[in-house]
Write a protein that binds this ligand. Structure first.
Ligand SMILES: Cc1cc2nc3c(=O)[nH]c(=O)nc-3n(C[C@H](O)[C@H](O)[C@H](O)COP(=O)(O)OP(=O)(O)OC[C@H]3O[C@@H](n4cnc5c(N)ncnc54)[C@H](O)[C@@H]3O)c2cc1C
Length: 382
């Protein structure tokens, strides 16, 4: 389907991909940590044990070349695995960013040596990455980053501050967007991406408490942090092109509309096999949104499979998906008679967790307004 600049091919998952579903469900049933409240928000559950088991099963780096520990599977097979993990509410945050975007970024722009150094550990579920884009005065307007890297003998010295850095306190490396050159009139010139060791000298990680009382994101401060030339990704100065291509991976996956899925599952369970008419209508409304978003997201997976860069379509999936997943707890809250369950029930606990995190759904990975701007540009409206 094409709408003035937007393109969504209908996609049917191949048999080989569909067959994986049962395998993933069996895997989750075996490896889900005891006493863990399933949560479909990819950011929530951090379990190195679960992630390592997933790595042993060959389900991290699934599409990557075998020489770097990858599985050489299709994007559709990866889609099924990620979708099933999220739907089950498995703890996936440890490997999520490295698998979704840092690894693919290195494969596309990194050197052979970088791929050999970082990818096998990611695929084993042992090496975790953070995203170092946002800064205290630079979130939506990424081109304004002011963390600087100055050229010295054999590498670069980094000074500046990143903020909202998810899991920097427990990840190993961070792909960090820095300014290596003033750039002059072209704001997009002079940016570069570096792989920084989060436990290295000159790096301080400070936790930031979120509204739910958790500490999953951080401030990361660089003070004369040395990064060797061999850890520059791609060409110095090419950071803008690289960082924007990375965002297609970041924005289109099922994690952009399934964050509230477990609350929905618990709601349907509590409603029982014969819900009253208004509850049934609500369930139908939510399910039809999920089905549509899923088709759009799978279509983007198809384009990634074909080596395309569907940045505008990815932005559309994320924007619609985030609005939807933010609306789910609100709709359920207003739904008598099942409403959000009794205190202590699985429905109530899922609901409370999701409601507290839902304000972040339309902010992380690019805000609603910024995505609408990207879509408008893609449609030729600005
Ligand atoms: C849970 C969570 C995890 C995150 N993890 C990471 C991470 O791991 N790494 C990372 O780098 N960042 C991360 N972020 C940061 C996130 O990407 C930024 O918060 C986001 O890009 C917005 O930037 P900002 O907070 O500086 O807001 P601002 O850019 O200051 O925006 C404030 C408001 O103004 C609006 N606005 C800004 N510019 C425009 C414009 N031109 N037109 C219209 N409206 C505009 C925005 O939409 C927003 O509503 C995370 C954020 C959250 C909530």
């Amino acid at each position: 389907m094409t709408f003035q600049g937007l393109h969504f091919d209908p996609v049917r998952l191949p048999e080989a991909a569909e067959r994986l579903r049962a395998e993933v469900r069996a895997f989750v049933a075996e490896h889900m940590p005891a006493d863990y409240l399933p949560n479909s928000d990819f950011n929530e559950g951090h379990s190195p044990e679960f992630t390592r088991a997933l790595g042993r099963r060959g389900w991290i780096g699934m599409t990557w070349p075998a020489q770097y520990g990858g599985g050489e599977r299709t994007f559709f097979e990866r889609y099924v695995v990620t979708e099933e993990l999220l739907a089950a509410g498995a703890p996936v945050s440890a490997h999520w960013i490295a698998d979704r975007q840092s690894g693919p970024l290195l494969l596309r722009y990194g050197t052979e040596a970088q791929c050999a150094r970082y990818l096998p550990g990611i695929a084993r579920g042992e090496t975790y990455f953070s995203i170092g884009m946002s800064e205290p005065d630079s979130g939506s307007d990424l081109a304004s980053v002011s963390t600087r890297a100055e050229a010295v003998q054999g590498g670069w010295v980094v000074n500046g501050t990143k903020v909202w850095t998810t899991d920097a306190h427990r990840n190993h490396h961070m792909v960090t967007l820095v300014r290596t050159d003033p750039g002059g009139d072209n704001r997009h010139a002079g940016l570069s991406q570096l792989v920084v060791d989060l436990h290295g000298e000159g790096v301080t990680v400070r936790p930031i408490r979120n509204i739910a009382g958790g500490e999953d994101f951080n401030e990361v401060v660089f003070e004369d942090c040395f990064v060797a030339d061999e850890d520059v990704i791609g060409e110095p100065g090419n950071g803008w092109e690289q960082v924007t291509s990375e965002l297609s991976y970041e924005r289109s996956g099922p994690e952009r509309f399934l964050s509230a899925f477990r609350v929905f599952v618990e709601f349907v369970r509590a409603a029982g096999p014969e819900p009253d008419e208004s509850t049934a209508a609500l369930i139908g409304r939510i399910a039809s949104h999920i089905m549509t978003l899923r088709k759009m997201s799978m279509s983007v997976a198809g384009m990634l499979q074909d080596g395309k860069s569907p940045a505008v379509e990815a932005a559309l999936v994320k924007q619609l998906g985030n609005d939807f997943e933010k609306l789910v707890p609100e709709l359920l809250r207003l739904a008598p008679p099942v409403s959000v369950g009794v205190a202590g029930s699985a429905l109530r606990r899922s609901f409370e967790q999701t409601l507290l995190h839902s304000p972040s759904f339309t902010v992380r990975g690019g805000t609603r307004e910024i995505l609408r701007g990207v879509i408008a540009r893609g449609l030729g409206l600005r």
